[in-house]
Design a protein around this ligand. Structure first.
Ligand code: NDP
Length: 494
C-alpha cells in the first residue's frame, strides 16, 4: 500500500477493491489532498458482509468483558494518539482544532464507557406466576450490522456506533462519509492494533448510493445504524423495512435557543455564539434559531452583533481562530443558497453571509420571521435566524413549530419557567442556561419528529439498537405447568 493510498479493510486485511477508480479526501481549508480511497463496489460490500457474517459466531461467543478489554485497549491507543487524531479531524473536515480534539475525546469517553457495558449487558429477572419456575431476560447480539456515518463528527459518531455494536457482540460493515474516509481508516487501524478478530470490523469506502445501498438491501445485514440527513434516512428506512431490518436513524435538527427577559444576557450570548457557529454550524444540534423575548431583543442584538463582528475566521489549526471552513464545495453552495433564500423571503441580513474564499463563509445572522424557510429548514452551516417573541408561550410555540426535535435550550433565572420549559419543549434534549450543543456520552442522545425514529444512542440506551432481548423460562417443577390456564385441582404449591 503506497503512503496515503488506502485500501478497503476486509477480514482483518487491507484489501484491494475490484474497482481501480479512487476518490480523494481533501483539507477544506487548503484544498490539499490528504489521501485517496477506493470507490467500493457492491461486490466489495458483499464480500465484507460475508466475512462479517462468518466472524459473528466467534465474536459473539467471546465473553463480553473480554470484548470490553479490546475496547479499552482501543480507547487507550486513541488517548495516546489524541493530538494526531484531533489534527486529522480538523484537516479532513475543517472544525477548529479544539473541537477536533473534542471529537476525539468524545470517542475516547464513549469507548471507555461502553467497554464497561461488557460487565453489565443487563437483563431482568422476575417472579413466575407458577411455582418452581424461573423467568429472566438476556441480551443477545443481532448479527452483522451496518454502520453508515456522516462527516461532521468523523471519529465520535463512528465510535458511538462501532463501540456499542462491538460490545454487544455484533460484527460490522462500516461505511463512512465520502468526505472523511481518512478518519475512518485511522479508527480501523486503532481497533486492529487493539486486537480485534479478523472480520469483526470491516471498512468499505465509497458512495452511499452503491456501498450504502448494498448494506441496506443485503438481507445478511440484520440491522442498520445511520446518522445523516432526512432524505437518506427516509430512503434507508423504507428499503430496510421491507426486509424487516431493525433501523436506527439519527437525522437533522432545527434547534432553538430561547432567551427570556430575566436571562443572564452575556451568558446567553456566549452560548449562542458557540451553539450557532461551533463547527461552522455543521452539527445536528447546532443552534439555528434564536428566539428572544421582546423586552431584551434590542439589547441581545447589539451585543451579539458586536461579538460576531470580532470572530476570527481562518485556518482551523490555528488556536486563535474561532471558525474554520465548511466541509466542502457542496456545503458551501447549499449554505450560500440558503443565505439568498433568506434575503429573498424578506429576512434582514444583519451581519456576515459573504463567501471569503473557497469553503470559507462569514457567520451570518438574519432578523427573521417565524415561518420563513430559513427558520424551518436545516441549513447545516453558520447561519442563525433571530426571531422576536412576545412572551414565554409564544417562544415555546415558535420553538416547537418545526419538523425536527433534537436539541433545545432556554436561558432564564426563573426556576419555575425552566421546569415548565423542560416539559414544554418538543425535543430529545433540553438545556437550561447552556447552548443546544455539548451532549455528554453517558446520557441518551436522539430526538423526536423527523430527527429520528425513536431510538437513542449513547448512555444506558446505546446497546438497545444492537441487542435483541431473549425471554427465558426455566421450569424445575418436573410437571407440565400451564400459565394462564386453570385446570381441575389448580396449582400445587410445594
Ligand atoms: P447524508 O445523509 O448525505 O450522508 C450520511 C451518510 O449516508 C454518508 O456516509 C452517505 O454517503 C450515506 N448515504 C447517503 N445517502 C444514502 C443512501 N441513500 N443509502 C445509504 N447510504 C447513504 O448526510 P451528510 O454526511 O451530508 O451529513 C449531514 C447530515 O447529517 C445533516 O443533515 C445532519 O443534520 C445530519 N446529522 C445528524 C446527526 C444526528 O445525530 N441527528 C449527527 C450528525 C449529522 P456519501 O458520503 O457517499 O454520500
Amino acid at each position: 500500500m503506497k503512503i496515503n493510498e488506502y485500501q478497503l479493510y476486509i477480514n482483518g486485511k487491507w484489501t484491494e477493491s475490484n474497482n481501480k477508480e479512487r476518490f480523494a479526501t481533501k483539507n477544506p481549508a487548503t484544498g490539499e489532498i490528504l489521501a485517496t480511497f477506493p470507490k467500493g463496489t457492491k461486490e466489495d460490500t458483499k464480500k465484507a458482509i460475508e466475512v462479517a457474517e462468518e466472524a459473528f459466531p466467534k465474536w459473539k461467543r467471546m465473553p463480553a468483558p473480554k470484548r470490553g478489554e479490546i475496547l479499552l485497549r482501543a480507547a487507550s491507543i486513541m488517548r495516546d494518539k489524541k493530538d494526531e487524531l484531533g489534527q486529522l479531524v480538523t484537516k479532513e473536515m475543517g472544525k477548529v482544532i479544539t473541537e477536533g480534539e473534542g471529537d476525539v475525546q468524545e470517542a475516547i469517553d464513549f469507548i471507555e464507557y461502553i467497554a464497561g457495558e461488557g460487565r453489565r449487558l443487563l437483563g431482568e429477572t422476575t417472579p413466575s406466576e407458577l411455582p418452581n419456575k424461573f423467568c429472566m431476560t438476556i441480551r443477545q447480539p443481532i448479527g452483522t450490522v451496518g454502520c453508515i456515518t456522516p462527516w461532521n463528527f468523523p471519529i465520535a459518531i463512528p465510535c458511538w456506533k462501532i463501540g456499542a455494536a462491538l460490545i454487544s457482540g455484533n460484527t460490522i460493515v462500516f461505511k463512512p462519509a465520502k468526505l472523511t474516509p481518512l478518519c475512518a481508516a485511522k479508527l480501523v487501524e486503532i481497533f486492529e492494533e487493539a486486537g480485534l478478530l479478523p472480520g469483526v470490523l470491516n471498512l468499505v469506502t465509497g458512495s452511499g448510493s452503491i456501498v450504502g445501498q448494498e448494506i441496506v438491501e443485503n438481507p445478511r445485514v440484520k440491522a442498520i445504524s445511520f446518522t445523516g440527513g432526512v432524505p437518506a434516512g427516509v430512503d434507508i428506512y423504507s428499503k430496510a423495512s421491507k426486509l424487516l431490518k431493525s433501523v436506527h436513524l439519527e437525522l437533522g435538527g432545527k434547534n432553538p435557543q430561547i432567551i427570556m427577559n430575566d436571562a443572564n444576557l452575556d451568558l446567553a450570548i456566549e452560548g449562542v455564539l458557540f451553539g450557532a457557529f461551533g463547527s461552522a454550524g455543521q452539527r445536528c444540534t447546532a443552534t439555528s434559531r434564536l428566539i428572544i423575548h421582546k423586552e431584551v431583543y434590542d439589547a441581545v442584538l447589539t451585543k451579539l452583533l458586536d461579538k460576531t463582528k470580532s470572530m476570527k475566521i481562518g485556518n482551523p489549526l490555528d488556536r486563535q481562530i474561532d471558525m474554520g471552513p465548511v466541509a466542502d464545495e457542496n456545503q458551501e453552495k447549499k449554505i450560500l443558497k440558503y443565505i439568498e433564500i433568506g434575503k429573498n423571503e424578506g429576512a434582514k441580513l444583519l451581519i456576515g453571509g459573504k463567501k471569503l474564499r473557497d469553503n470559507f463563509i462569514e457567520p451570518a445572522i438574519f432578523a427573521a420571521k417565524h415561518g420563513m424557510r430559513i427558520t424551518k429548514e436545516e441549513i447545516f452551516g453558520p447561519v442563525l435566524s433571530i426571531i422576536k417573541a412576545n412572551d414565554y408561550e409564544e417562544a415555546i410555540k415558535i420553538a416547537n413549530d418545526v419538523e425536527y426535535g433534537l436539541s433545545s435550550s432556554i436561558y432564564t433565572q426563573d426556576i419555575n419557567l425552566a421546569f415548565r420549559a423542560i416539559e414544554d419543549l418538543e425535543a430529545g434534549i433540553t438545556y437550561i442556561n447552556a447552548p443546544t450543543i455539548g451532549a455528554e456520552i453517558h446520557l441518551p442522545f436522539g430526538g423526536l419528529k423527523n430527527t429520528g425514529n425513536g431510538g437513542r444512542e449513547a448512555g444506558t440506551t446505546a446497546i438497545e439498537e444492537f441487542t435483541e432481548i431473549k425471554t427465558v423460562f426455566i421450569d424445575y417443577s418436573g410437571v407440565l405447568q400451564k400459565a394462564q390456564i386453570k385446570e381441575e385441582g389448580g396449582v400445587i404449591i410445594n
